[in-house]
Design a protein around this ligand. Sequence first.
Ligand SMILES: CC(C)(COP(=O)(O)OP(=O)(O)OC[C@H]1O[C@@H](n2cnc3c(N)ncnc32)[C@H](O)[C@@H]1OP(=O)(O)O)[C@@H](O)C(=O)NCCC(=O)NCCS
Length: 167
Amino acid sequence: MAKSLKIKVRSYREEDREEASKVAYKAFNNILDAKWATWGLSGCEKVLVAEVDEKVVGVVELESFWFKDKLHGYIYYIFVDPIWQRQGIGSTLLREAEFYFKGREAKYLWATTGKSNFKVRKFFEKNNYKNVEPKELRKRYSRREFKYLLWHLYYWSEDVIYLKKLE
Ligand SMILES: CC(C)(COP(=O)(O)OP(=O)(O)OC[C@H]1O[C@@H](n2cnc3c(N)ncnc32)[C@H](O)[C@@H]1OP(=O)(O)O)[C@@H](O)C(=O)NCCC(=O)NCCS
């Protein structure tokens, strides 16, 4: 039987920077994503790291914004060292991110990824995030609200949008 991992999630500290940035460069094929994810370590409003045996193996970077009088959370980047993937670390980070936003009384948590990034799409769907079509959002909101929302989601036309209602 596979041994279950001891994953510890805690807040990011500035001294984690080098280790966390290395994880980003290993996790992303795209150097731009690795660069922005490294920027997010100190640029995002809240960052959580996952440790195994006191080593940083995964990171989630979080932002929030007010929309229609409610606080909304956004997953800016989530990444796990490839040799530690598929062992529940990403899902653990996501659960802790949800817990953090619930503590702030946020009602929704959003995420975006590339349409063709099937692995990440599967990851969000497995964690009960619902794929929302931009045209659905456009019907629900005014043009101005729609633009404001997409701007906070860093949305561009090749993206898919995921949403989870925080109970
Ligand atoms: C997305 C990511 C964070 C997931 O981390 P992880 O620790 O591997 O995730 P988990 O082990 O919790 O996986 C949960 C579920 O997601 C899905 N999933 C994860 N990796 C997958 C893969 N390579 N192929 C298919 N499904 C996958 C599976 O349904 C998995 O459940 P299962 O293992 O029981 O089948 C990780 O793959 C990663 O760092 N990717 C590169 C960075 C990136 O693109 N981040 C997202 C954009 S910000």
